[in-house]
Structure formats: structure tokens, C-alpha cells
Design a protein around this ligand. Structure first.
Ligand code: GLV
Length: 326
């Protein structure tokens, strides 16, 4: 059987697949396989080891008649046409849980970096601008004792809420459905999106990308936020209307934004957000610790091995696939 791997992965993980299957691996670490090449490679593929930046659409699935498993090295799967995969009997695996704490850490790193102008301050030294201590030089926003509003209270949201309690923060949240279990466990408070936006010093976007969450933060929502508030996004760029955010930041309608994800990735140095002095941007590195990425890669390979042997995956995105025809 043939497994297509769309990015260069650590040798030990590749071995897990090479022992039993023919493996084609795209050799670049950080550059996506061209769509046309992937289209060619999947023609006789039984399994696909993919990631957030590959477009796994209907056309690609139609070109892969033997495909049995798609395994993405990510928790999010908005880049994959799940309905088409299910209709074709293809199991889709992903890697939740193992990355939650790493993403929660990065969310906090971005929050602190934005609130306390950490990146701007280092640039200030690099530019040779540091002449001496200044009373209001590089002053930011208080984090300790502030109010955080988390949109999307899943495993990552819980991780962020736990960290927030160490910073003495009050935590509000908004979620598709109310999570009374989490309220009891972590003392967080459910509220409407409008109330959350109006009350929070830090609005933290952690919802998955779905048709319902698409651009859920736009001009109206940004206008409800405090002028001193900061928006953090470590989920998916499509959850926020980027041009509305750019205008709100430019006009100082909100104080700042820390973004790890974008509507179209990668962004380049000439992206309008880069020109702003109240933004910290990162290249989608939420789960990027060595240990976490190794665990994700291993689980992605395991999902392929399980799927190709006819067993259930560790985490299946489309469990309906197991009930087809029964
Ligand atoms: C990364 O964005 C992921 O979905 O794991």
C-alpha cells in the first residue's frame, strides 16, 4: 500500500510507515507540496499524511480512488472536505488533546507579548534607539487582575483559563453550548458574545473554523470592544474579518492584536497588518514545541497504521464513516 506524506517529517516517524508501506514524502520542511503534484501522487495512494496547509478538496479526493485514510497532523481539519471523504468511505484522523497545553502556552505568550510590547521593545534595542529609561517608554496594558473573554471553551480554552487564574484574571467565556462542567471546575462565567466583547480586556479567539464561526469577529463586534482591549487569535484566521481588524487597529478602536493565524497563510512582509505598531504576528506556531510536534506526528502515523489495518483511528473526525452501509 502507498502512503503519501505531504511534508518532510522526522525520520523515526517516517520509519513507522516505511516498515510496512511504500512511502512517497515531499522533501521540504516548511514549504507545501504543490497542489498539482499532490493530485498526481494521490492517484494510487491508500493513505495521506497531511497538515493544515494542504487543500484536501473534492477534486483531490476524486483523483484518489484507493484512498482509505486521511490523517492530519493537526487538531483543525477545515482544510479537508469531510463530507466528501465520508461519502467515499475515507476515515479522517486528527490529533486533538496532545497539543492543547502547548497551544495554551503560546496563546499566553502572544497575550503577554502584545500587552507588554515585547517584540517592539526588542526591535527598539536592535534599531539602536535605547538612550535611557523613560517614564512612559514602551508602556503597555496590565495583565494581572484583568478580565479575559474566551471564545470557544474546548480543551485549549480550558488550558488558557487555567493559566489566566494564575494571573488573577476573571474569565468569561462564550461557546456554542454552555459548559457548566467547566464553570464548576475552573470558575469561569458564561456570557453572550456581546457581553464578553464589552467586558473583556483580552478577547481570546479559540473557536474552530466552521461556517458558523466564519468572520464572527467583524466591524460590529470590534466596535463593542474597549479601546484598551487586545484581541488574540490562535485558532483560525477565518474566524476574524481581517480587513475590519486592520481598520480597528489603525483607528485605535482597540488597543492591539496578537495573531498566530490569518485568513490566507502564509502572510508576507507587505501584508497590511505588518505595518501596524499595535500588532504581534506569528507564523502559525501554536503547537510548535519539539515534544508536542513529535507526539502529533506519531499519532498521525498511528492513525494511518490503524486505518489501513481496518481498525478505528485514535481520533476520528468523521465517525459516521464506520456506520456506512450498516
Ligand atoms: C493547528 O492549527 C492545528 O489545527 O493543529
Amino acid at each position: 500500500m502507498k502512503v503519501v506524506i505531504t511534508r518532510r517529517i522526522p525520520e523515526s516517524i517516517k520509519q513507522m510507515l516505511e516498515n510496512d508501506y511504500n512511502v512517497y514524502m515531499w522533501q521540504e520542511d516548511n514549504e507545501p507540496i504543490p497542489y498539482e503534484l499532490l493530485l498526481e501522487q494521490v492517484k494510487d495512494a491508500d493513505a495521506l499524511f497531511t497538515n493544515v496547509s494542504d487543500r484536501i478538496d473534492k477534486q483531490l479526493l476524486q483523483a484518489a480512488p484507493n484512498l482509505k485514510v486521511i490523517s492530519t497532523m493537526a487538531v483543525g481539519y477545515d482544510n479537508i472536505d469531510i463530507d466528501e471523504a465520508t461519502a467515499r468511505g475515507i476515515c479522517v484522523g486528527h490529533t486533538p488533546d496532545v497539543l492543547s497545553e502547548a497551544v495554551a502556552d503560546l496563546t499566553f505568550a502572544l497575550l503577554l507579548a502584545t500587552a507588554r510590547k515585547v517584540v517592539e521593545a526588542m526591535d527598539y534595542i536592535k534599531e539602536g534607539s535605547w538612550r535611557g529609561w523613560g517614564p512612559m517608554l514602551l508602556t503597555g496594558q496590565n495583565v494581572y487582575n484583568s478580565t479575559m473573554g474566551i471564545i470557544g471553551m474546548g480543551a485549549i480554552g480550558k488550558g488558557v483559563a487555567r493559566r489566566a487564574s494564575g494571573f488573577g484574571m476573571k474569565v468569561l467565556y462564550h461557546n456554542r453550548r454552555r459548559r457548566e462542567d467547566v464553570e464548576q471546575e475552573l470558575g469561569v462565567e458564561y456570557c453572550t458574545l456581546n457581553d464578553l466583547l464589552q467586558a473583556s480586556d483580552f478577547v481570546v479567539m479559540l473557536a474552530p473554523a466552521t461556517p458558523e464561526t466564519r468572520r464572527m469577529i467583524g466591524e460590529r463586534e470590534l466596535s463593542l470592544m474597549k479601546p484598551t482591549a487586545i484581541l488574540i487569535n490562535t485558532s483560525r484566521g477565518s474566524n476574524i474579518d481581517e480587513s475590519a481588524l486592520c481598520s480597528a487597529l489603525k483607528e485605535r478602536q482597540i488597543w492591539g492584536a496578537g495573531l498566530d493565524v490569518f485568513e490566507v497563510e502564509p502572510i508576507h512582509a507587505n501584508h497590511p497588518l505588518i505595518a501596524l505598531d499595535n500588532v504581534v504576528v506569528l507564523p502559525h506556531i501554536g503547537s510548535a514545541t519539539i515534544a508536542t510536534r513529535m507526539e502529533m506526528a506519531e499519532m498521525t502515523a498511528q492513525n494511518i497504521r490503524l486505518g489501513l489495518s481496518g481498525a478505528k483511528l485514535i481520533h476520528t473526525v468523521n465517525p459516521d464513516v464506520y456506520n456506512r452501509g450498516s
